[in-house]
Ligand binder design. Structure first.
Ligand code: SF4
Length: 218
């Protein structure tokens, strides 16, 4: 049975919700395409710039970009090279491992990102019409769905450090890098701790729900 089958949808609440989510994803795709085009970019180029802007500075490698875009390494190299040619990205070797190249935004790339950060604004506006209690329930349920898709390997979810089981906040108070990640065994600045990391592992499933909905940077 397929969720495209109307008879099946009539009988199955999960098929109806699945179809609603599918339709929403089509709407989001159209909106993001329109916003990226406004900056003269394809959606994947816009996603790449936003990945570099919001990901921890030591994790902006091509390999991580490929995972974030759910694409191959070769395709990610092509996307990054196109943005480098346009003067929106640069590359530099990782200070931790010279074999790894990290992507950085140029000032022009930063400027475009500020405009792209309006991504989702129309969606937020539409959700603003929903009753507050219904919105809270939706947040909880969609958050749980996002994390179960992540657990199934269907989705990469990157989040900042707070709420991650590997995070030790203020391990060395008042130093330039006060926090510590036990996974990568590295000290972190406050700024890096607030940027996204695809290895974020929620301390509890309720953290996962909350963090997937953007509470991590609060
Ligand atoms: S694994 Fe967790 S603590 Fe370590 S950098 Fe990623 S989010 Fe932060």
């Amino acid at each position: 049975m397929s969720i495209y089958d109307t008879q099946h949808r009539r009988e199955s609440p999960s098929a109806r919700v699945g179809m609603a989510i599918l339709r929403m994803s089509q709407a989001v795709k159209r909106l993001s395409l329109a916003e990226a085009e406004g900056e003269g970019l394809t959606p994947v180029q816009a996603q790449t710039l936003l990945f570099v802007r919001h990901t921890k500075s030591f994790l902006t490698s091509i390999g991580r970009l490929a995972a974030a875009l759910s694409t191959t390494h070769v395709t990610a190299v092509g996307v990054a090279d196109g943005l480098i040619r346009r003067g929106l990205l640069t590359k530099e070797p990782s200070p931790y491992d010279k074999r790894v190249t990290l992507l950085r935004l140029t000032p022009d790339g930063e400027r475009i990102c500020q405009n792209l950060d309006r991504f989702g604004h129309t969606l937020e506006k539409a959700l603003g019409q929903v009753d507050e209690a219904d919105l809270a329930a939706l947040e909880q349920q969609l958050g749980a769905l996002v994390w179960s898709l992540r657990a199934a390997g269907a989705l990469q979810v990157a989040e900042p450090c707070r709420g991650c089981i590997h995070f030790r906040e203020n391990a060395v108070p008042e130093s330039a890098e006060p926090h510590h990640c036990q996974l990568i065994q590295r000290f972190l600045t406050e700024e890096d701790s607030r940027l996204d990391c695809p290895d974020h592992t929620p301390a509890s499933s309720s953290d996962g729900v909350a963090y997937s909905n953007g509470h991590a940077t609060d």
